[in-house]
Design a binder for this molecule. Structure first.
Ligand code: MN
Length: 728
């Protein structure tokens, strides 16, 4: 901008401007700054000139424009207050000195100091509100050219702007100023979030391009039909304000009303209310959105009527209805008054009388000059900053903010616990992806759910990043395990009642709950499932003269040979109504393990034994260890293998081999096993006599057939005297 451009701009709104004063200030500042340069490499003088230009947009008076041109001269050049007083008068001298004081405040981000500096800032502007206006314009230009400043100070300046200057501009009713400061800070502090919002905003604006013009003309036509001349225009909302709204309410923006507001500018106050009547009788009103800030202005002097209707095109349309003057004050706030100064340049009676913002400022300054604790005020103006987050969207456009490194599991739980619990897959930006995929800024995530999945895999707990997801997963798995135990307990109880020919009914058990000291039937069943109480306790609670049975049904009364025969029999068919435990997958939620000494392999007839608090242990029916459970038949479960010949899984078995004690005999045994595809898990050796060695070998085999084949091959070796399967 050149000298005459500046003068032209001022003259356009102030025909009485003192051109000579402006020209002298221009030349003085340019000479004073001389060859100084800015971080960008531009001549330093471009800065005060741009600050002055910003203030011409606010239509400010000559003294303010001149103060803007001179604002850095006392601090940065040879200029003095006395010289400025002499050349431009004491009014301008005082303004420049006020700005010099502010410049000397080293604003740093440490809170206490920031609060103290804010106090000084406000005290410095106490005498003349125009100091604040120049200061804000100064900060705005510095923010616009922030890219040239080193990274470290860039952040600090942006934080300070968002913490102090933008809220202050808002408090002064300077909406435009506040919004631009916020957006520039937002872009600096969180460029990724800024980009995401902008992309979304652009896409939605493009999609609704025709609609906006359509709504504008329909509204204008409607007012014209009623003899009202209105200026109607759509205005795109600002990224930072959208962002904070999305954050605060945790909502997305998908509707036109989320990104566009419509202004209706009426010639006078009365027609504002007429326009409101026309709008409300033409389109359905969205309840709860009507606000009359004309009759009750906001604290920053803002006056307007707000309403939202389901307008043309069935779109939600947000309307702000106000007069031209109200619109000016809504945009410029206190600056709208500042031009109307009295002869000595102090705030006018109008400003003193009518401006809430000015009253607030004086009130605040009053508090600050009295109190030693400005932190409280700072707390109010401080805005939350958003660091280290990723921002994703649901297919409907709802924003989900997550910590960095979060994955789709976290996303699903952030949407809803039910979505998390039933998540089985996902699409990121339309492509199938793993649930553990780390999310990037701007990802659109569609979570695929299945009703069949009532609880998440417990392994998710370690995959999830957010505390919310982890807690929900823990809760869901705990519930699922409890349900499993309850189901198990019910089976145990039913078996006991079947066998003893007693009648079982939930109602009858309900009556017996106090005797069992449990709150519900489910609690009783889960306790039985966990082994905390016995099924016989349940029977006794329901039938006090019930005698505990001592019937032995499995194992020990049979001879070992008979048991082995039964085990080898191909008819390993489960009993009718057997309780299916998919031991191959171990995904029942209840811990399942094999008998510790000897294991079990498919082909074995097996039983499960419920162990209090532990789960189910699978024993082959011939296992002598089962003797220990004979007196608790309710702990016995018929289980079956959920595997077939194609299952590649191996199962544990133990064999005992007696072989001739000669060099290389152990190697021969190991070779036979290896040749027949058996895995040796462990070998322990003991010498029973000088001639024979006994080996106890833990194997992993596919099934009983596989195990038998290995045993037979070993028996065929001349060095082997005897081979037996061992069951613990
Ligand atoms: Mn400056």
């Amino acid at each position: 901008m050149r000298q005459y451009d500046l003068v032209e701009r001022v003259r356009s709104y102030n025909p009485d401007t003192n051109e000579d004063l402006l020209n002298r200030a221009y030349v003085y500042a340019m000479k004073a700054h001389g060859s100084q340069t800015r971080a960008s490499g531009d001549p330093y003088f471009t800065h005060p000139l741009e600050v002055a230009a910003i203030l011409t947009d606010l239509k400010l008076d000559d003294a303010t424009i001149v103060a803007a041109l001179l604002h850095d001269t006392i601090e940065d050049t040879e200029a003095t207050r006395a010289e400025i007083d002499r050349l431009f008068g004491p009014e301008i001298g005082a303004l420049v000195e006020g700005l010099t004081k502010l410049k000397r405040l080293e604003l740093v981000s440490r809170e206490a100091k920031q609060a103290e500096n804010l106090r000084k800032l406000l005290l410095a502007i106490a005498d003349d509100v125009r100091v604040l206006l120049v200061k804000l314009a100064d900060r705005l230009h510095n923010m616009r050219t922030l890219e040239f400043v080193p990274e470290a100070s860039r952040r600090r300046i942006a934080e300070e702007t968002l913490d102090i200057y933008a809220p202050l501009a808002g408090r002064m009713g300077m909406q435009e100023m506040r919004e631009e400061l916020e957006d520039l800070s937002f872009r600096t502090l969180d460029p990724q979030a800024y980009d995401v919002v902008m992309q979304r905003l652009d896409a939605l604006a493009e999609r609704n391009r025709n609609l906006i013009g359509e709504i504008e003309s329909q509204l204008a036509r409607k007012f014209r039909d009623h003899g009202l001349t209105a200026r109607v225009f759509g205005r795109r909302k600002r990224p930072f304000s959208i962002w904070t709204k999305m954050e605060r309410k945790s909502i997305g923006f998908e509707q036109l009303s989320d990104i566009f507001g419509f202004r209706v500018i009426m010639p006078d106050l009365e027609s504002c209310y007429r326009a409101l009547g026309i709008v409300h009788t033409t389109w359905p009103v969205v309840p709860g959105r009507f606000k009359d800030y004309i009759s009750t202005p906001k604290q920053n002097d803002y006056r307007s009527i707000h309403t939202t209707v389901i307008g043309p095109g069935k779109q939600r349309v947000e309307l702000q209805i106000r007069t031209e003057e109200m619109d000016q004050i809504a945009e410029l706030g206190i600056a709208a008054h500042a031009f109307y100064k009295d002869d000595i340049g102090s705030p006018t009676e109008l400003l003193k009388r009518e401006s809430n913002a000015f009253a607030w400022l004086r009130h605040t300054i009053g508090i600050l000059s009295e109190s030693a604790n400005p932190e409280e005020f700072l707390e109010h103006t401080k805005l939350e900053l958003f660091h280290d987050q990723v921002f994703c969207f649901t297919p409907k456009g709802k924003l989900i903010a997550l910590p960095r490194h979060a994955n789709v599991i976290d996303f699903a739980y952030a949407v809803h616990t039910d979505v998390g619990n039933s998540a089985v897959g996902c699409k990121i930006n339309g492509k199938f992806a793993a649930l553990s995929s780390e999310l990037q800024n701007g990802d659109e995530v569609e979570v695929l759910t299945s009703d069949a999945q009532s609880a998440p895999p417990s392994a998710w707990e370690t995959l999830a990043v957010t505390g919310k997801a982890r807690a929900a997963i823990r809760r869901a798995t705990r519930t699922a395990v409890r349900d499993q135990y309850a189901g198990l307990g019910r089976r145990i109880v039913e078996r006991l009642f079947e066998r003893t020919k007693l009648d079982y009914a939930d109602d009858k058990l309900k009556g017996a709950l106090p005797r069992l000291a449990r709150a519900s039937i489910e609690d009783v069943m889960a306790a039985v499932g966990r082994g905390e109480i016995k099924a016989s306790d349940v029977a006794r609670a329901m039938y006090p003269d019930y005698k505990e049975e001592r019937i032995v049904r499995y194992g020990s009364k049979k001879t070992a040979a008979a048991a082995a025969k039964a085990a080898a029999a191909p008819t390993a068919e489960p009993a009718r109504g057997a309780f299916a435990i998919p031991i191959s997958g171990l995904n029942s939620g209840l811990p399942v393990k094999f008998a510790p000494n000897g294991g079990a392999v498919p082909g074995d007839r097996i039983v499960g034994i419920v162990t209090p608090g532990e789960g189910i242990t699978i024993y082959p029916i011939q296992s002598p260890a089962l003797k220990d459970f004979e007196e608790e038949p309710e702990r016995w479960l018929d289980v079956r293998w959920d595997v077939d010949e194609t299952t590649p899984q191996r199962f544990p078995a133990r064999i005992r081999v007696e072989n001739v004690n000669e060099p290389g005999s152990l190697a021969q045994v190991a070779t036979v096993i290896a040749e027949h595809d058996g895995n040796i898990d462990n070998i322990s050796m003991s010498r029973r006599s000088p001639d024979f060695t006994e080996l106890t070998i833990d194997l992993e085999v596919y099934d009983l057939k596989h195990l038998s084949a290995i045993i037979n091959q070993l028996r065929a070796k001349t060095i082997v005297a005897r081979v037996d399967r061992v069951n613990g």
